[in-house]
Write a protein that binds this ligand. Sequence first.
Ligand code: AMP
Ligand code: MG
Length: 337
Amino acid sequence: METVLLSDSDIDLEKAAEFIKNGDIVGIPTETVYGLGADASNEEAVRRVFEAKGRPADNPLIVHLADFSQAVSFTQFIPPLAYKLAEHFCPGPLTMVLPKNDRIPMITSGGLDTVGIRVPSHPVMHRIIELSGRPIAAPSANTSGYPSPTSAEHVMRDMYGKISAVVDGGNSEFGVESTVIAIEGDSSVRILRPGCVTKEMLSELCSEVIIDRAILHELEAGQKAASPGMKYKHYSPKANIIMVEGELESFIAYVGANNGKSVYSLIFDKDADRFPYRYMTYGNSSSEQAHLIFQRLRELDDAGAERVYVRAPETDGVGLAVYNRLIRAAGFEVIRI
Ligand code: AMP
Ligand code: MG
């Protein structure tokens, strides 16, 4: 199959919507990362999404809608807190896990009786949902396990020949996937995957915001994941990623003692002047780091890095999302110095 590269012109977005209506798959820009869009209600289309990504069948797909009011058509029940959160965060990078109805096939929800619902703010994604008139399942458009794509080029590299088209909408604004939450009781939520809607932001509207243990810790054998995606090795480039927590001085000393051919460090912009070894930088603020992290992990592979020492990000605000992606890319290998 030839994969066509589409622009964000009206004509091309209509083509993208036609593909979706026909049960084909299209790489679509969103404000978080690029997604592999398919009609969430079409079992065959969804099956081919799992196949293109090489994604385990029990890892559910998030369903994207043009407006939160459409969620009633795909769920059994929407708690009042979900409406309140939707008022503040939809459209935007928040996914709410809700009890699904029969219009969402089991294959889409990975066999669960719930469905993750999100209303994306990116105008291209929004327009394609509207033009197709379908709920769009859109997992990150990477090969399963590899860093998520934040540009059309990344999607082309992972998916060329496997999907019908990719729409180029420039680089993803946020750079990490949506915050996934489950609602617990009348006023609490549990964060299953951190993103750019932060714990601090949710806390203004909820009595309690629980951070699921799987976000920062490896699941123990036999433990059930609240978010199935958390079970799998994820976000990993070919290079061996090692997260190092500590001050810059000790980081420099550590890398010096463990340096070698094909060893890189991923450091903050502000460290660069003082850093004597081979490096790439990934911003200073947590938002900059989120925006750059997946792109840098891919660039490290392109550069031939075999081992990468990463300066650990902060864990508050958006930093928790960056830390979560890195600790998983590192297979939970963290060195504290
Ligand atoms: P991705 O499609 O790559 O953005 O990953 C989607 C993430 O959302 C995975 O970690 C899934 O496990 C999680 N997710 C999607 N739907 C559900 C659901 N119904 N219940 C729990 N987690 C979900
Ligand atoms: Mg993903």
